[in-house]
Design a protein around this ligand. Sequence first.
Ligand code: ADP
Length: 366
Amino acid sequence: MAKVQFDGVRKVYDNGQVAVAGASFDIADGELMVLVGPSGCGKSTLLRMVAGLEEISAGQLRIDERVVNDVAPKDRDIAMVFQNYALYPHMTVAENLGFGLKLRGHDKAEVQRRVREAADSLGLTSMLDKLPRAMSGGQRQRVALGRALVREPAVFLLDEPLSNLDAKLRHSVRTEIAQLHRKLGTTMIYVTHDQVEAMTLGQRIVVLNEGVIQQIDTPMALYDKPANLFVAGFLGSPAMNMLRGQLRRDEAGSAMLWLDEGLGIALGAVSLGAQWFDKPLVVGVRPEHLQPGGGAAAFKARIEGLEPVGNEIFVNLRYGEQALVMRVPPQQLPQVGQEIAVEVNASKLHFFDAGSGSGSRIEAEV
Ligand code: ADP
């Protein structure tokens, strides 16, 4: 068990590439923390610095209060699972699981005990005599997890462990990882570019972009209160709709949102500071916060496409120049090419400064 602390941790590669611009955050003992962001954002570099596979250019990394910047990987009490599970093809599952322990000089009885326990945890007991080639991708990745598990490390590091699996297997192995974490209570750091994986697995999530931490919070807090345009656009599928507009106060002091398309939405009493008024904003609306309807905050849009996905329908809309996505329960809708009245849930709007991109979730009483 261990907590992991990043204190201004920075990585500049020899070619001058700043991969991590200076990360400061703590991972609590027993926490499952996900690092997420698009390809090249620096998440693997951050993980590899914890593993000791990449030198730290500046700052301090501590595992359980011990500064480990210059500690060799094998002395850090960590175990890492990679995306290409790289099992030894000529060894059985049991041999694959026990090999690392044997190399480290553990005696035979101890190796056997740990292999049995790991196999039991991962449902591999009946496969201990199999060779990797006789197993499915999901089973092989479980063996790779098991190989980390037998080490009984203080911290588990997982680098896109599911990316070689097909969608269905990804889901089942993801569930297994979550169960494993609950059972072991070991600190885990999990890297993925997949926002769905991040949202479903992480107790907390670090969102990275271009080497810079954008926001750290629980999945729902990130979804409900994204701190900036990047986080708002990255998390959520279909993505948040982004419109342009301005907030103004009418003579009575009530807040009005004026979209550039001309629609005025009365917001009533809003808990937004004066700095959000009378300047260009990006207005974020999640697809589920648009619905068919004709209330005060409604506008007419043309249906450009309908995507039924079973339990809901994604409706692609055109509103002036703007493409929007609305997400609705299955229902009868006008056909493609026709107009529909769309209502905005004005209590769920997000505002972002059009210049800096920093944001605030509206707290309106509409
Ligand atoms: P991610 O895991 O988010 O895809 P990485 O941590 O692999 O991102 O990379 C972050 C940045 O550092 C990228 O711009 C990448 O091109 C660069 N980078 C990664 N490894 C090296 C390296 N060995 N030398 C130089 N630049 C690197």
